[in-house]
Design a protein around this ligand. Structure first.
Ligand code: SF4
Length: 287
């Protein structure tokens, strides 16, 4: 996920994002099931480890959205704002019916605002069976659906899952292989393959790219990202260029994890504008 919406830590249950309308895991009943049953339910997609949820406006897709943060992520992005979503054990087991009833409850809000649901994380595709069930249930209710993903586990998204996705928020964290690996600990190739697949399917995509001084902001790296995004231009509706900020630092400290960006300042406005211009030069719509 890109660092736009901030999930509400369960232990705190207090607002972090200023556009947040509600959140946490209030009202979601944690399932208590035996270990074997739990694994079966997770495989079947009727149970998942969920970090939190949040009702937001003007982030994570159009309109007012219920963003559900899945627990667990295979990447280790150095700028992650939500390192507490990296491990599945940091979530709570939430039955499918709980999420579905919450979507039903907000249906009129989604209709009135042109919003919907966004499945984020962590990495939503790490629990793809559950994600598919949630997305299908939302579509049956006529609710707009989005997934927010790095694309690294794109192969786990079945065509059936993607049939129930109206919009993909795809994080392209770097364009050069070595930069991507250094930043996330993982290879870039699966993200490119996923983007190619979305283009071939005609699935609308919003790209997100975070400008991190000294890490992702070189002209060469941004050009490489723009090269990748340009090949998907027929499905890319916008590119969101997001300046890095170190709001997540306290969480890294609390978790006892090494935060490597401690001395990195947010990019200056000239750098952010230069990056945006690199995308605009490809004819892309940039925010
Ligand atoms: S580590 Fe995972 S949750 Fe954190 S920013 Fe990267 S992809 Fe998103």
């Amino acid at each position: 996920m890109a660092p736009i919406a901030q999930p509400i830590p369960l232990q705190l249950g207090v607002p972090v994002a200023n556009r947040r309308l509600g959140g946490g895991i209030d009202g979601l009943i944690e399932a208590e099931v035996e270990r074997g049953e739990r694994l079966d339910a997770m495989r079947a997609g009727t149970l998942a480890s969920i970090h939190s949820w949040e009702l937001v406006t003007a982030v994570d897709g159009p309109g007012t959205r219920l963003t559900v943060f899945f627990a667990g992520c295979p990447l280790r992005c150095v700028y992650c704002h939500n390192p507490d979503t990296m491990a599945m054990r940091n979530g709570q087991d939430v039955p499918l019916a709980q999420i579905v009833s919450r979507i039903r409850r907000y249906r009129k809000v989604f209709q009135a605002s042109g919003g919907g649901i966004t499945l984020s994380g962590g990495e939503v595709l790490q629990q793809s069976a559950y994600a598919q069930n949630v997305l299908e249930a939302a579509k049956e209710m006529g609710v707009h659906t989005a997934i927010d993903t790095s694309g690294f586990l794109g192969a786990a998204a079945t065509d059936t899952l993607l049939d129930s996705v109206d919009l993909v928020l795809l994080d392209v964290k770097a364009g050069l292989e070595d930069v991507y690996k250094n930043l996330t600990g993982r290879p870039l190739r699966p993200t490119i393959a996923f983007g190619d697949r979305l283009r071939d399917r005609g699935t609308p995509v919003w790209i997100r790219f975070v400008v991190v001084p000294g890490w992702t902001d070189s002209v060469e790296n941004v050009e490489a990202v723009a090269d990748i995004v340009e090949r998907w231009s027929e499905v890319v509706e916008r590119v969101e260029v997001l300046p890095f900020h170190n709001m997540g630092q306290d969480k890294w400290d609390t978790l006892g994890m090494e935060y490597r960006l401690r001395d990195v300042a947010p990019p200056d406005s000239a750098t952010v504008e230069r990056v945006r211009e690199q995308f605009r030069a490809r004819g892309l719509t940039v925010y």
